[in-house]
Design a protein around this ligand. Structure first.
Ligand code: FRU
Length: 494
């Protein structure tokens, strides 16, 4: 039975999406059908399609009582909206259906597991979220919430755990047919950790172990965990709140964390060996992964950050996009990301310029656009003198530009959208320490109307940023202080 709240949301989105023209949306990135989108939820492959659900408030372009929006795709790039899947319509989730995940059941139905939120007045009068985990079962379009929800609540938590911060279950099925899920949590002092639970059927759950604890290292509360085996290692992804920067790793505020290590399945604990940020740009948070039928681990994140949401004006018809789907791998103990190979099918109008000398500003025939896949290979242009700086500027006209600049002496790559048309005093720049020898660097730059994603040195580092520059600003130019030799391979993406 569809509730009144869900029926209203479905009617609203279907009516109001008609006011949004195709060109007002990104082309191959998923954005909110109407209103607001945050985290990816329930990213899964089910009945021959990729399903993406998302944190959704259809009625305004700002965060509100959370619903789950829904879209499907065959290639992870062309998305078709389906009716909203969940609404906050039960006593145990009346203040929101927060983030979660999806798995296929043996009987062919799809199980959604999500955080059910109810605000509760505390003894000190403060109103706080009580967060529990609930499930819903459906056919890929309509979902029915389980009669015995919530399936995990405060009584299932280990000693010292906060009931206020207990969210974002990521579920998977084990080889023996049982289910596991991990959930973000923190201690009463706010220090994050990830809890592991197990279930024989996806409905009855037991606490298993504390998978990994922050111990006051990476921010505070850990949100939106994911956990999988990749290239011989176990990988834990999570998005810590309230981070502090550590040199060029991490940045202030809501960040992303990738821990690479080993999993002691008997003890239910993770032993980390390496840590790194997932994305080094401005707008990336709460990623989730799916295993594709051909065995690739593909990740999509929310292409936004809580600290920069004011980049878009409140009267915008939609707010919130997903990142490109990215294929993950581990090389030399680091996480690598490359745009999903399906993107190559969108390429057209190949333009190549080889061994271009860049000194001062250079513009090249055929190199412009706002839906672009462009690979730059840089080398020092003068063997006697290393250049000072290289820059590529895009979404550019007389007034606006967003840029990537590289200083080989420091090996620092910087993304800067200060002149992208933003009128807000938020973060507009971010710097990343990259690997470079003798001034060489490889950049793959993907533009899709309102965003740039930069894959450095075949995916060793990625920088993501949104920009709402008017679309007529479609110039691309290159600049060097000193001498650079550059190869360019550029495609339009259609
Ligand atoms: C992360 C997050 C999640 C939560 C959701 C609420 O961006 O804060 O922890 O479930 O957003 O919309």
């Amino acid at each position: 039975m569809t509730s009144q709240t869900l029926r209203e949301a479905r009617k609203y989105e279907e009516t109001v999406e008609k006011n949004i023209a195709g060109e007002e949306r990104p082309d191959f990135h998923l954005c909110a059908r109407t209103g607001w989108m945050n985290d990816p939820n329930g990213f899964s492959y089910y009945n021959g399609m990729y399903h993406m659900f998302y944190q959704y408030y259809p009625y305004e372009s700002k965060w509100g009582p959370m619903h789950w929006g829904h879209a499907v795709s065959r290639d992870l790039l062309h998305w078709e909206y389906l009716p909203a899947a969940l609404a906050p319509d039960e006593a145990y989730d009346r203040d929101g259906c927060f983030s979660g995940s999806a798995v296929a059941l043996p009987d062919g139905r799809q199980l959604l597991m999500y955080t059910s939120v109810v605000k509760e007045r505390q003894e000190n009068e403060a109103l706080r979220d009580i967060q529990t985990q609930s499930v819903a079962v459906g056919d890929g379009i309509d979902y029915e919430k389980y009669a015995k929800n919530p399936v995990l609540d405060g009584n299932d938590l280990p000693e010292g755990a906060s009931r206020f911060d207990f969210r974002d279950p990521k579920i998977w099925q084990n080889a023996d047919g049982t289910y596991s899920c991990i959930v973000g949590n923190c201690l009463m002092d706010g220090d994050g950790r990830i809890l592991l639970f197990t279930s024989s059927d996806g409905f009855q759950w037991q606490f298993r172990s504390i998978l990994v604890s922050n111990n006051h290292r990476f921010g505070r509360m850990w949100e939106c965990p994911d956990f999988f085996f990749l290239d011989g290692k176990w990988v834990l992804l999570t998005s810590p709140q309230d981070m502090l920067p550590q040199g060029f790793e991490y940045h202030n505020g809501n960040g992303t964390l990738c821990l690479i290590g080993a999993f002691d399945e008997a003890a239910g604990t993770f032993q980390e060996e390496r840590d790194q940020a997932i994305d080094y740009g401005i707008d990336f948070y709460a990623p989730q992964t799916v295993l594709t039928p051909d065995g690739r681990r593909v990740m999509i994140g929310w292409m936004q950050n809580w600290d920069t949401c004011s980049l878009r004006a409140p009267d915008a018809p939609w707010m919130g996009q997903m990142s490109l789907p990215r294929e993950l791998s581990i090389k030399d103990g680091r996480l690598y990301q490359t745009p999903v190979r399906e993107l190559e099918a969108l390429r057209c109008n190949r333009t190549v310029h080889e061994k271009v000398p860049v000194s001062g500003t250079v513009r090249l025939n055929g190199i412009k656009g706002r839906r672009v896949d462009m690979e730059l290979t840089l080398r020092a242009g003068d063997p006697q003198a290393l250049y000072q700086k290289f820059a590529v500027r895009f979404a550019q006209n007389d007034q606006y530009q967003t840029s990537l600049s590289f200083r080989p002496r420091e090996s620092i790559l910087k993304v800067d959208r200060k002149f992208s048309g933003s009128r807000r005093a938020i973060i507009h720049q971010r710097r990343c320490l990259v690997d470079s020898a003798d001034g060489s660097l490889k950049l793959r730059i993907i533009l899709d109307r309102f965003s740039v994603e930069v894959f450095v040195n075949d995916g060793a580092h990625v920088l993501t940023a949104t920009m709402y520059t008017e679309q007529s600003a479609d110039g691309i130019s290159f600049f060097a202080d000193g001498a650079v030799e550059m190869d360019v391979v550029k495609y339009d993406l259609m």
